[in-house]
Design a protein around this ligand. Sequence first.
Ligand SMILES: Nc1ncnc2c1ncn2[C@@H]1O[C@H](COP(=O)(O)OP(=O)(O)OP(=O)(O)O)[C@@H](O)[C@H]1O
Ligand SMILES: [Mg+2]
Length: 218
Amino acid sequence: MEDIKKTYTMGDEKVEVLRGINLTIYSGEFVAIMGTSGSGKTTIMNLIGCLDIPTSGRYILADREISNLTDDELSIIRNEHIGFVFQNFYLLPYATVMENVLLPTLYIEKDKGNAEKRAKELLMLVGLEERAKFRPTQLSGGQQQRVAIARALVNDPELLLCDEPTGQLDSKTATEIMNLIGKMNEHGKTVIVITHDQNIAAHATRIIHIKDGEVVSQ
Ligand SMILES: Nc1ncnc2c1ncn2[C@@H]1O[C@H](COP(=O)(O)OP(=O)(O)OP(=O)(O)O)[C@@H](O)[C@H]1O
Ligand SMILES: [Mg+2]
């Protein structure tokens, strides 16, 4: 990211949320982005994840300039290259664990059997192979986040983006989830975890601190 700015317009007022972010994250890294509430972490995550575009500046993801793509082009990049994990899990309540994991494959994978094979492997990797037919409400918070991690990885993205992935979990479960995310990094995924928790950030190999929309250390 090069001199990335993000400004929101509220009526006549302009709010500059990101004030020129310069950031390089290398393939295979495990990075934590830290900062207090309101510092701009989720805004950065949305840009890194191609959920939003910057007001100005350059963003290059896997050798591609992202800053001026259309919504359709962004959604293709998201589907193929990025897996998302959120604080609130965002699982579909009426779908089974297996169906939730398969969700991202519906748009791009034509071979259903192939997708199911990958989903099964991932459920095994996150330790939930015996819960494939359960609904999210029948799982603990930590188990739900494991399902979300399996779902994030089902299209085999290079990048795993996690926004406060342990925000809803007790500290023991949080450590388990961070160990699992660390394992995915060992399997070759680039991992970015957004957190305001020092203990969570300590799992990463590099910590980037954000303050008032600027990088203060990395
Ligand atoms: N759509 C929007 N319109 C206007 N202002 C926004 C919008 N989204 C975010 N902001 C502002 O941008 C700033 C940064 O928000 P952001 O969500 O990135 O913070 P954060 O670091 O993720 O905080 P938290 O730790 O509470 O999740 C906040 O001051 C917020 O009010
Ligand atoms: Mg946030």
